[in-house]
Design a protein around this ligand. Structure first.
Ligand code: TYM
Length: 348
């Protein structure tokens, strides 16, 4: 008699050859609009990699609490981000999409990893220093300080091989390796040490208003970034107003950071090598170049925006995808935490 495959096993089918595939883990914060920087530096790669890797993507709502936050906005943005990731092409049949706070093992491991993390290491984190800005000790939240330990727990608990991220996360992944290595040395081989997977192109998309600063969803001005939800005319306007370099040449060069950034975006949006674009726009003015780039970005984002509109009205479906993601993630995290409790003397 044929045995019936339980539903969860059927859902897990794409992972049956998981042993041979690399496991990737990468998260994203529900802390503002998804930007072209998030898309080109991270999400686009996740969509490509989900076909060949075993992928885990937490929406890191606990990280989004490290600055000031509004509970209702956090709840709403968590679901919006899930819809945004699906609209970009994350396929819940291939990748595990879930909400970080639904997996209590992440926070439990964070505390244990704190015992293997030095105060000085956290104080040296560039993102900590940048986000803290000029705030005094009295005004700097401890959550901002411990943020990288939670990130380390997100990664180590899955024994991830690769962490596909933008350039700004390199230091956090290096710290994760240091913490994991220290844990393994102290308590015995427990965690795989992950590699940062940072692509040559798109890993650092810069602000349209200032090519010396990265494009960021928390930027003070929306002129800094293109949100994936920006209407086509807003996209064209933002690109038209983007800062350029002195001179009139359309080339990617170290002394032309603004043009290099715009050419990188153009190249990734249209799958055209930068050299071909440089040749196409030789002798052309910024006006024509920017008009074409605006169209290219708007055209690339149009199908994503259409899918997003559909998904936003399907809350029950979103919740069910996230619920399934939680179950699949916990198949990894529950046994891993049991092992961690055992080697650290917590299990009696
Ligand atoms: P977050 O939400 O700030 O960014 C999500 C991803 O987008 C990338 N990114 C960019 N890439 C290129 N150019 C840009 N301008 C740009 N802006 C953002 C980021 O590098 C990131 O890959 N700490 C993480 C969240 C996190 C995480 C993790 C990541 C929590 N746990 C575990 C990997 C693994 C963050 O701030 O992401």
């Amino acid at each position: 008699m044929a045995t019936q495959v339980p539903e969860t096993e059927a859902q897990l089918k794409p992972m049956t050859d998981a042993a041979k595939r690399k496991r990737i883990l990468s998260g994203i914060q529900p802390s503002g609009d998804l930007t072209l920087g998030n898309y080109l530096g991270a999400i686009r790669n996740w969509v490509i990699q989900q076909d060949e890797c075993e992928s885990f993507h937490p929406i890191v709502n606990l990280h989004a609490m490290s600055g000031s936050f509004d509970p209702e906005a956090l709840r709403r943005r968590t679901l919006e981000l899930a819809a945004g990731l699906l609209a970009c092409g994350i396929d819940p049949e291939k990748a595990v999409l879930f909400v970080q706070s639904q997996i209590p093992e992440h926070t439990e491991l964070t505390w244990i990893l704190c015992t293997q993390t030095m105060y000085g290491e956290l104080g040296r984190m560039i993102q900590f220093k940048e986000k803290r800005g000029t705030a005094s000790d009295a005004k700097t939240s401890a959550a901002l300080f411990f943020y990288p330990v939670l990130q380390g727990a997100d990664i180590l608990i899955y024994d991830a091989d690769l962490v596909p991220v933008g350039e700004d996360q390199r230091q956090h992944i290096e710290l994760t390796r240091d913490i994991g290595n220290r844990f393994n040395t102290t308590f015995g081989e427990t965690f795989k040490l992950p590699e940062a997977d940072i692509k040559t192109d798109g890993a650092r998309i810069m602000g349209l208003d200032d090519p010396a600063k990265k494009m960021s969803k928390s930027a003070a001005s929306p002129a800094n970034y293109i949100a994936l939800t920006d209407e086509p005319d807003v996209i064209r306007k933002k690109i038209n107003r983007a800062v350029t370099d002195s001179g009139s040449e359309i080339v990617a060069r170290q002394d032309k950071p603004a043009l290099t950034n715009l050419l990188t975006i153009f190249s990734l949006m249209t799958d055209t090598p930068v050299a071909d674009l440089e040749a196409r726009y030789e002798g052309a003015g910024y006006g024509q170049f920017k008009r074409d780039l605006g169209d290219a970005v708007a055209d690339h984002l149009a199908p994503i925006q259409a899918r997003l509109k559909e998904l936003t009205s399907e809350r029950a479906q979103l919740e069910s995808i996230l619920h399934r993601g939680t179950e699949r993630a916990r198949e990894v995290t529950v046994p891993k935490m049991e092992r961690v409790r055992e080697v650290t003397g917590l299990s009696l």
